[in-house]
Ligand binder design. Structure first.
Ligand code: CAA
Length: 243
């Protein structure tokens, strides 16, 4: 890593939307630490493809996130940007949802934001600068059949973003959330084709989004130019839900 804008940490940064965020922030001149959990092949490909460094950590684990961020700050430099993108789905109607699938989604998607922000916020406050971008979802704004766990986690991220933005504004740190709609990634391609088709029919621009369309927004919010935007919820969903 030899870029000159400091370090950007992207969770879930080696696949899907996160991979394009990693690529965009590398193009912007950041050293990118792309955090992944399971898929080693994707991590190696991400390193080769983008020049980012990858780190294996479970973002649902508080101590693991602390250790990760200490390692990055010590060995690679100050974290100027944090993108909380890691997320999973465990879809199912509530009357069939297991306790395990509830907790897995809440911990990986929402508690991870606490874990990662808590690990970087003190240093950002001390330095008087930071950019935190959370990746929410249209389904945290409007709800979605079969996603009580995911919708709750993503809606929780919106409140978390606004509260942390208030706490951080006077310290030069902005905190924003992007709510993508249905984006063409492994996550959406795992859905039953007929369910996905019926959702795509509800999108006014008549197509799914692309990961790079979300990454472009992150790139702007992570820049110094975006200093006056904080606590914002930015929707990018092809007109499917106008919040
Ligand atoms: N509204 C109302 N009723 C619905 C419905 C809907 N949207 N979807 C299904 N139903 C009804 C069905 O008609 C069916 O009714 P009957 O039993 O009377 O026929 C009943 O609910 C059960 O439906 P399924 O057969 O589909 O039930 P299932 O258990 O096989 O599947 C499910 C349930 C997995 C939740 C499935 O409905 C589903 O995949 N839904 C979509 C969930 C979704 O959008 N996930 C997004 C993943 S990507 C993502 O999350 C990224 C992001 O941020 C956007």
């Amino acid at each position: 890593m030899n870029a000159d804008r400091g370090v950007a940490v992207v969770t879930g940064g080696t696949r899907g939307i996160g991979l394009e965020i990693t690529r965009a922030l590398r193009a912007d001149g950041f050293d990118v630490a792309a955090v992944f959990h399971g898929n080693e092949d994707a991590a190696r490909m991400c390193e080769r493809d983008t020049g980012a460094r990858t780190f294996k950590t479970d973002v649902a684990d508080f101590a693991g996130c602390q250790a990760l961020c200490e390692d990055i700050e010590k060995n690679f430099g100050p974290v100027r940007v944090l993108v909380n993108n890691a997320g999973i789905t465990r879809d199912g109607v509530l009357h069939k949802m297991t306790e395990e699938n509830w907790h897995a989604v809440i911990e990986t998607n929402l508690t991870s934001c606490f874990n990662m922000c808590r690990a970087v916020i003190t240093a950002m406050r001390d330095r008087g600068y930071g950019r935190i971008v959370n990746i929410g979802s249209i389904n945290g704004q409007k709800g979605q059949f079969g996603q009580t766990n995911y919708a709750a986690a993503k809606a929780g991220m919106i409140g978390f973003t606004k509260a942390l933005a208030l706490e951080s504004a006077a310290k030069g740190i902005t905190v924003n959330i992007i709510c993508p709609g249905y984006i063409a990634t492994d996550m959406t391609s795992a859905m039953k084709q007929e369910v996905l088709d019926s959702i795509v029919r509800q999108i006014p621009v008549a197509r799914m989004g692309r990961p790079d369309e979300i990454a472009a927004i992150v790139s702007f919010l992570a820049s110094e130019k975006a200093a006056f935007i904080t606590g914002a919820t930015i929707t990018a969903n092809g007109g499917q839900y106008m919040a």
